[in-house]
Design a protein around this ligand. Structure first.
Ligand SMILES: NC(=O)c1ccc[n+]([C@@H]2O[C@H](COP(=O)([O-])OP(=O)(O)OC[C@H]3O[C@@H](n4cnc5c(N)ncnc54)[C@H](OP(=O)(O)O)[C@@H]3O)[C@@H](O)[C@H]2O)c1
Length: 336
């Protein structure tokens, strides 16, 4: 699908259903929301807390802000089963420690995992692993956590994995580059030439990878499983996502977008809908926006897009296996 500026505005102005219209009872269910200390993740967690989950884990980079968010959610909803666990997605050791803690203390199964955490960076930074920070967090960390939590998701009754993407995936410059040999490694080379590799295009590329990865993982799920994996777009929302952008660009951009931007509460309804709405039972490998299944970009549904998705899958597993020997073990044991 082509997503023109007109389409963007049409979506932005579309009223979204109130959470009460699709809410469910989460009694007995275990839920994780990453990056839930602020923004869309916080609002998502707050909505889910009001559905009485057995355990709601806010997976946050900074325990101080995560613990405060947990306390605020408890106060706002009366839900006393909200906890914060530390997780830095850009550090594979932290992802491993999180998964190990879940194995010890999570209660065995995981019903809902919402992978919301991400960075919006427009300058070069490297994670502890040496990977560029946007790819390390938004793609590799997200992919790693999904694979590590798979054994627990597969033990739940109708589990859901929600990977937060974005409509910016429609606007990636030169998307065919995603279907070239060694694309991940090339994105990690600061000297790489070409618009696709520019740091100004990086956030968009990472969100395209979220869509491609969700489709790839969905296609590898074991036959007969009730686990579903979908990518979601909250639409343009007022949040701190662009905090690292130069204020000379950020302030006018925010002012210009404000008339159509959603609040984080409204945007979070898309995530909550993807995680609980019964009308989505059995739907997997989809792209969701405005609380509906929608078509992703023309590139994603093209032959090149399908090839890029397969390539991303293989390359991602190879790269993650360098940091975590449980990745190939889990892929062989749980996926087809
Ligand atoms: N806002 C929008 O218009 C918009 C549009 C489309 C898609 N999205 C997507 O929606 C999601 C939430 O964005 P938002 O707007 O709510 O942004 P936000 O307010 O900046 O929240 C991002 C969250 O991710 C966390 N995070 C960043 N790096 C992390 C890491 N290495 N490990 C663990 N957590 C990390 C942040 O933690 P700290 O507070 O510790 O930094 C924060 O909790 C993102 O995936 C974004 O791409 C947003």
């Amino acid at each position: 699908m082509k997503f023109t500026l007109r389409e963007v505005i049409r979506h932005q102005l579309r009223p979204l259903p109130e959470v009460s219209t699709f809410a469910v009872d989460l009694t007995g269910k275990v839920v994780i929301v990453t990056g839930a200390n602020i923004g869309l993740g916080f609002e998502t967690a707050k909505h889910l807390a009001s559905m009485k989950p057995a355990k709601l884990i806010l997976a946050c980079r900074t325990p101080e802000t995560g613990n405060k968010a947990a306390a605020d959610i408890t106060q706002a909803t009366g839900c006393s089963t909200v906890v914060c666990w530390q997780l830095d997605l850009s550090d594979p050791e932290s992802v491993k420690a999180f998964a190990d803690k879940f194995e010890r203390e999570g209660g065995g199964k995981l019903d809902i995992l919402i992978e919301n955490a991400a960075v919006g960076l427009f300058s070069w930074k490297r994670a502890v692993t040496g990977w560029e920070q946007t790819i390390a967090t938004n793609h590799l960390g997200t992919a790693h956590l999904a694979l590590r939590m798979l054994p627990f998701l597969l033990k739940a009754e109708k589990p859901r994995l929600v990977i937060v993407a974005s409509d910016v995936h429609y606007f990636v410059t030169d998307p065919n580059e995603a279907d070239t040999d060694g694309v991940l490694q090339r994105l990690n080379d600061q000297k790489q030439k070409g618009k696709f590799y520019a740091i100004s295009n990086r956030y968009q590329v990472s969100k395209l990878f979220n869509v491609l990865y969700a489709r790839a993982l969905s296609s590898h799920l074991p036959r007969g499983t009730s686990l579903t994996v979908n990518a979601v777009n909250p639409g343009l929302c007022v949040s701190s996502l662009l905090r690292d952008l130069n204020p000379v660009v950020r302030i006018p951009l925010r002012a210009l977008s404000r008339p159509v931007a959603r609040s984080t509460e409204v945007g979070s309804r898309v995530f909550v809908h993807a995680a609980v709405a019964t009308e989505l039972d059995g739907k997997t490998g989809e792209f969701l926006q405005s609380c509906k299944v929608d078509e992703p970009s023309d590139f994603v549904i093209s032959e090149r897009g399908a090839s890029a998705s397969r390539r991303l899958w293989t390359d991602t597993l190879a790269d993650l296996s360098e940091f975590d020997d449980q990745v190939p073990v889990g892929v062989n044991r749980y996926l087809q």
